[in-house]
Design a protein around this ligand. Structure first.
Ligand SMILES: *[C@@H]1O[C@H](CO)[C@@H](O)[C@H](O)[C@H]1NC(C)=O
Ligand SMILES: *[C@@H]1O[C@H](CO)[C@@H](O)[C@H](O)[C@H]1NC(C)=O
Ligand SMILES: *[C@@H]1O[C@H](CO)[C@@H](O)[C@H](O)[C@H]1NC(C)=O
Ligand SMILES: *[C@@H]1O[C@H](CO)[C@@H](O)[C@H](O)[C@H]1NC(C)=O
Ligand SMILES: *[C@@H]1O[C@H](CO)[C@@H](O)[C@H](O)[C@H]1NC(C)=O
Length: 951
């Protein structure tokens, strides 16, 4: 597992746990006991010495004063005898009353004086922070305990087997103490009264294959939770199942690489079965439910099930047709059509088939699931239609149909009776293959909060059914064929509540409503439309704004930094903006992506760059900037991508830039002069200084470019963000949407300068370099002999220099070489033959080197046989160069800060907001990182347990 992932997990977890804060109730709020029983003196003493051992920074036990300990906070006594029976010091979390500097957790020592509380039957120390002490052994002496809860209290070490003496115990909850482990579970077998057992998140890796034997001695067990325990074996058979009264079984997120054992389905009273996040496999789902219609929740998600579900569903519907309420089969490898028998599960309220490979249409029988509240078919290969019967699901609240290949039509019929619908998410990857055929002025019965429609056809106008949606908070209407103006009334109505707005890839025209307030918005993307006029003067809390490729003109508002102080990403690229870059941008203290590329901005970069310390990406390429590159840019120590190409910048490249952590520098197409910088950073992957007036030699410290030498490190994988997703790579007249392969792109382009001297031999150590372009300089000397070591080289252009000597034999080892140009030099001798070079048999590669000879050329080497006919020597190099080669050479790439910010910015927020989950899933799906998602889910899980997830 990547360390970074662990780090993220930890940071999420750590940052979530101290959030909760105690509502410090005042002393007189302690539960009052109406009778006059006074507490027993020895028990009072015991409590006081217990208190003495504890550290209590927020004074939760400050009320433990006075004679009658039965009145103390967290204590309950027996009415008759006055013995303390209950000690409840669970830390009361209240996210609402968050005051970050108070630490509400008890910690310190747990005094063994507690054993004097002989009649204690209830002990709850959960959600505290005992700073890695062991669970005290003497707890095993509290023989009247019925209830013991030590969950999430940072205990550590082995579970004391002494707990096995608590023969009256009915409820044992130790979950969420990550450092606690057990070598075996034998001690459990004495706890024959146990009804509730939760050992989730404890280390049970070493409990051996027969751990279930101990559980099998617990005939009263109703609820068993062993989630995230690293359990590895689940016995395929049990001769006798003792715990048949079990109602809830949670074995999620373990490591069972087996099939589901049959005995599980003999648990006739089971209502909840969670086997998610294991590696259960073996083809088909089990089909042997003995259950007599008790099971309500079945979670088999995140396993390795494959095949179709026809038999499984038949079986389910035969035995569970009137009780199953929640079915989760998401994240498996299931295939085939979703069978009609689905419609027999008439009690279903929650159905999740996300991320499988189902295809075809949604079965018509879906209309029979009259209780369905949530339907999730995201991330399948559904290439059919959405039936009209969907419109009968009058209880449906969440409809997730993201990432499929839907075709056909959506009419009023599919939407007519969805009166409770709040979230509607539908995207198809076949461009506009799904068409909304809804009468323009039809008014639907629902008022949505979340709407995400992508790639279907809804336009050309904003239909009335959209414009009546006045509760929207999350809106994505991307590439839905709208060529209308923004309905201002609707827009200003929802602007105050919007948190997410994406209208990109339409042909929306006209000016944007100029002055609006978006007090809650986080993300605005209006890219790829036809908006014109000035950049709007919105006051917004947005963190990301994308207005890329529209027709915006005029100056960037000079107060933009005042109006949008929280911006992290500002993308105004590919518009017609002119004038200077306003100084107020430096007030955006959190800005990490600034993309103003491809406008007509002018003036100097005299902006004070030390203010925007967080900048990671600066792209102001393809403008009319003049002056020098300011040395204050060197203050941007996180700057990893700098694009200033195709401006009129002059002067030298400031040496202060060595303080940045560049992954990509593109300064090509300016009038920069001076020597090549010697300081280029170790994680550099893309260096483009082409088309300037740089002179001097190529430094021989190239082997310091460790990324190019050894390949990128994990760190860079996380420099992969929404920004990349947005990045378009411009090649002359062509665009390529860039993908996640960015981390493999490596390129040095120093062409069209005035460089002199030779190529240092060290260049051969750049084993990971994909593109090297040194053409159109005044370079001399030989091509380094060991150039064949640059194994990843795909493009090599040394044309139009004064290289001499032979072409090294080793060049034929460059197995990936697809583009080679050595033309117009003074190379001599025989063109090496064989391997890759044989496939590059275009004579123009070698043109303009009169002393070269070889089979590719007309000129045969001395002693060679006569030619088989003239070989074409054409001027095609230049053309081809401008095509494919320049794809790799001329692009500029914008690398976002990426993962950390991205994860937080997108996933982080969404974790706590259930209604945004689909964004989150999409993101995680993009990075195809199961581990990250598992961990993130784990965090959700934890947050739920902490009661932190607000819904
Ligand atoms: C079932 O539980 C009872 C009571 O704990 C125990 O005596 C018995 O041995 C158990 N049976 C099996 C097969 O484990
Ligand atoms: C299952 O539940 C029923 C009804 O609550 C009860 O009578 C029966 O004893 C239970 N079965 C087991 C094995 O506990
Ligand atoms: C849908 O996908 C399935 C599986 O890939 C394929 O067999 C079928 O022909 C497709 N149907 C249509 C209408 O494209
Ligand atoms: C919608 O509900 C009405 C009344 O309940 C019913 O008559 C109608 O058939 C339903 N329409 C659809 C498409 O299910
Ligand atoms: C390159 O690396 C070597 C060894 O790590 C170091 O001594 C040298 O200063 C570096 N050169 C530059 C220009 O950073």
């Amino acid at each position: 597992m990547d360390l970074t992932v662990v780090f993220l997990f930890l940071s999420l977890f750590v940052s979530s746990s101290p959030l909760g804060i105690i509502k410090l109730s005042s002393c007189n709020e302690a539960q009052s006991q109406t009778n006059n029983v006074k507490c027993i003196h020895t028990e009072r003493e015991a409590l006081l010495s217990f208190k003495k051992g504890l550290t209590d920074p927020s004074g939760r036990l400050s009320c433990w004063v006075g004679e009658d300990c039965c009145q103390w906070r967290g204590i309950e006594c027996n009415n008759q005898s006055g013995h303390v029976t209950k000690l409840d010091l669970r830390c009361p979390f209240e996210l609402e009353s968050l005051t970050p500097y108070t630490n509400p957790y008890l910690s310190g020592k747990i005094s063994s004086s507690l054993i004097h509380l002989k009649y204690l039957n209830y002990l709850d120390l959960s959600l505290n922070d005992f700073e890695d002490i062991q669970i005290p052994q003497f707890f095993g002496m509290l023989e009247n305990l019925v209830y013991l809860n030590l969950s999430y209290s940072y205990f550590y070490g082995e579970i004391p087997p002494h707990l096995g003496n608590l023969s009256s115990l009915m409820h044992l909850d130790l979950h969420g103490n990550y450092g606690v482990y057990a070598e075996n579970l034998d001690w459990l077998s004495n706890l024959s009264s146990l009804k509730y057992l939760d050992l989730g998140e404890l280390g049970l890796k070493d409990v051996g294959a027969d751990w279930l034997q101990a559980i099998n001695m617990l005939p009263s067990l109703l609820e068993l939770r062993l989630s995230y325990c690293d359990l590895e074996s689940l016995p395929p058979s049990l001769p006798f199942v003792n715990f048949t009264s079990l109602l809830v079984l949670d074995l999620s997120e373990n490591q069972f690489h087996s099939s589901i054992p049959q005995w599980l389905f003999n648990l006739e009273n089971l209502t909840t079965l969670d086997l998610s996040g294991n590696f259960f496999l073996q083809g088909q789902f089990p089909s042997f439910f003995q259950n007599r219609c008790k099971l309500k929740t079945l979670d088999l998600s995140w396993n390795n099930f494959d095949g179709n579900i026809d038999g499984f569903l038949d079986d389910l519907s035969a035995s569970l047709n009137n009780c199953l309420e929640s079915l989760d089969l998401s994240y498996n490898q299931l295939v085939g059509k979703i069978p009609d028998s689905l419609g027999k599960l008439g009690s279903l309220r929650y159905l999740n088939l996300e991320n499988n490979s189902f295809w075809g249409s949604i079965p018509f029988s879906i209309g029979n699931l009259s209780s369905l509240e949530e339907l999730n078919l995201c991330g399948n290969e559904m290439n059919g239609t959405i039936p009209e019967s969907l419109g009968q699901l009058s209880e449906l609240v969440h409809l997730y149909l993201l990432d499929n290949s839907w075709v056909g039509f959506i009419t009023e019929a599919q939407l007519m009776n969805l009166t409770r619908l709040e979230e509607f998410v539908l995207t198809t990857d076949k461009n506009q293959s799904l068409v909304f055929k809804v009468t323009y002025d039809w008014v639907p019965p629902f008022r949505l909060q979340g709407l995400d429609l992508e790639n279907c056809l809804i336009g050309p106008k904003f239909p009335a059914w959209l414009q009546v949606q006045n509760k929207l908070t999350d809106v994505t209407l991307k590439n839905i064929g709208i060529s209308d103006t923004i309905p201002e009334e609707w827009f200003s109505k929802i602007s105050s509540q919007l948190t997410y707005l994406d209208l990109s890839n339409n042909q929306i025209t006209g000016n944007l409503p100029h002055q609006l307030v978006f007090p809650n918005v986080d993300f605005i993307d209006l890219s790829y439309n036809l908006f014109k006029g000035p950049i709007p003067l919105w006051f917004t809390t947005a963190r990301q704004i994308y207005l890329r490729r529209n027709l915006f003109s005029g100056h960037i508002p000079s107060n933009i930094g005042d109006l949008m102080p929280k911006l992290e990403t500002l993308d105004l690229s590919e518009n017609y903006l002119d004038g200077k870059i306003p100084f107020s941008i430096q007030k955006m203290k959190d800005l990490y992506v600034l993309n103003l590329g491809r406008n007509q901005l002018s003036g100097e970069l005299s902006y004070n760059w030390n203010e925007s310390k967080e900048l990671v990406v600066v792209d102001i390429g393809h403008n009319n900037l003049s002056g020098k590159i300011p040395s204050s840019m060197g203050c941007l120590s996180y700057l990893s991508t700098l694009v200033l190409s195709n401006n009129n910048l002059h002067g030298e490249i400031p040496s202060s830039l060595q303080n940045c952590s560049f992954v990509s520098i593109d300064l090509g197409g300016n009038n920069l002069s001076g020597n090549l910088p010697l300081w280029i950073g170790p994680i550099l992957q893309i260096l483009d200084l082409a088309h300037n007036n740089l002179f001097g030699g190529i430094p021989d410290c190239l082997d310091n470019l460790t990324t190019l030498v050894y390949g990128n490190n994990n760190f860079f994988h996380f420099y992969n963000s929404s920004y990349i997703e947005k990045a378009i790579i411009m090649t002359k007249g062509r665009e390529l949407e860039y993908s996640n392969t960015l981390q493999f792109v490596t390129s040095i382009d120093l062409s069209r300068n005035k460089l002199t001297g030779g190529i240092p031999n060290e260049i051969a150590s750049l084993g990971r370099l994909g593109t090297l372009n040194l053409s159109m300089n005044h370079l001399t000397g030989n091509i380094p002999k060991n150039i064949g070591n640059m194994r990843w080289l795909e493009t090599l252009d040394l044309s139009r220099n004064s290289f001499s000597g032979p072409i090294p034999e080793s060049m034929s080892f460059l197995t990936f070489l697809a583009h080679l140009n050595l033309s117009f030099n003074n190379l001599t001798g025989r063109i090496p033959n064989g391997n890759q070079l044989q496939t590059l048999n275009d004579a123009s590669i070698y043109k303009g080197n009169p002393l070269l000879c070889g089979s590719t050329l007309l000129t045969k080497c001395l002693g060679d046989e006569t030619s088989n006919g003239p070989t074409f020597i054409g001027g095609s190099v230049e053309d081809r160069q401008d095509g494919d080669d320049t794809e790799r050479l001329w692009f500029y790439i914008s690398i976002g800060l990426g993962f950390i910010v991205g994860f937080w910015g997108i996933c982080g927020t969404l974790l706590v907001k259930k209604s945004w989950r689909h964004w989150y899933f999409r993101f995680c799906d993009d990075i195809k990182d199961r581990i990250t998602l598992t961990i993130a889910l784990k965090v959700v899980h934890l947050k739920k347990k902490f009661g932190l997830e607000k819904n």
